[in-house]
Design a protein around this ligand. Structure first.
Ligand code: UDP
Length: 242
């Protein structure tokens, strides 16, 4: 697990956005994984995910506060959270300003329709090259067809780890493009679900807000976050004696 922390993007959100924008401008390819404790837990337990997280084509950014705190426990100087939902919104802005081509895969049909309507209204310069809800059976087809377009940004909202595994499977079909797994972001950006108020985000309590709003997440939260912190503390003890 320590290799994941070594690989985490450690600079500010502003720096990261600049790097992404430069890659877009220079037509470089980028696969961004927005990491939270669940992502790392998957990596520890599944070798295919471990390989993907450590692949040099992957940029790992600290999405969850659990990852930022764990990095500090292990003495890695990660600056701050860079969340998937903020990144997705920022990319919409950048795509609009530069007339970039965008593709969206994920979320329920009514959510993706609401998001499409919002993009057409608020980001009129974006060219939507492909849009699909996340419940179609054959999701490979989306990428096969997308590979024949000139896509600049592709956002995939299917939840961890399916969104990342799907992108990874098809990544070699593309010469350029920014590919990001953005979890529940479409629900929020479309306005269908509310994000925690700014003050709660600032207090790093967004996770608590989500648990209160969606109590069925509690089991998943315990399994991935509470156990994760114990693993990190154990890791800290082990590395201290090396
Ligand atoms: N989703 C999907 N297809 C599926 C399962 C999930 O499109 O087969 C969508 C779901 O509608 C939601 C997103 O994936 O928009 C996952 O959201 P969640 O909040 O669970 O993601 P997290 O950010 O916690 O990974």
């Amino acid at each position: 697990m320590i290799d994941y922390f070594k690989k985490l993007y450690a600079k500010s959100t502003t720096d990261f956005y600049k790097e992404v924008e430069l890659n877009l401008k220079n037509k470089k390819k980028m696969f961004i994984i927005t990491a939270n404790p669940e992502t790392f837990t998957y990596g520890i337990n599944e070798s295919a995910i471990n390989k993907m997280l450590l692949d040099k084509e992957v940029t790992l950014i600290p999405d969850g506060i659990g990852i930022v705190k764990a990095s500090h426990i292990l003495n890695y100087k990660v600056k701050e959270r860079i969340t998937g939902v903020d990144l997705a919104e920022h990319l919409l802005k950048v795509c609009n300003e530069n007339k970039y081509q965008l593709a969206l895969l994920g979320a329920k049909e009514e959510v993706i329709e609401a998001l499409k309507a919002k993009i057409n209204k608020e980001y009129p310069n974006i060219k939507l090259v492909k849009v699909e809800n996340g419940y179609v059976e054959n999701k490979d087809k989306f990428f096969q067809e997308l590979s024949h377009t000139n896509v600049d940004v592709c956002l995939v909202a299917l939840g961890i780890p399916n969104q990342e595994l799907l992108i990874y499977k098809h990544l070699n079909k593309f010469k350029k493009g920014i590919f990001v797994g953005v979890g529940g972001s479409f629900d929020v950006i479309s306005g269908v679900k509310k994000r925690a108020p700014k003050i709660i985000q600032k207090l790093n309590l967004e996770w608590l807000y989500r648990l209160i709003k969606e109590p069925k997440r509690c089991k998943r939260f315990y399994q991935n976050n509470v156990k994760f912190i114990f693993k990190v503390k154990k890791l800290k003890k082990e590395t201290r004696f090396k």
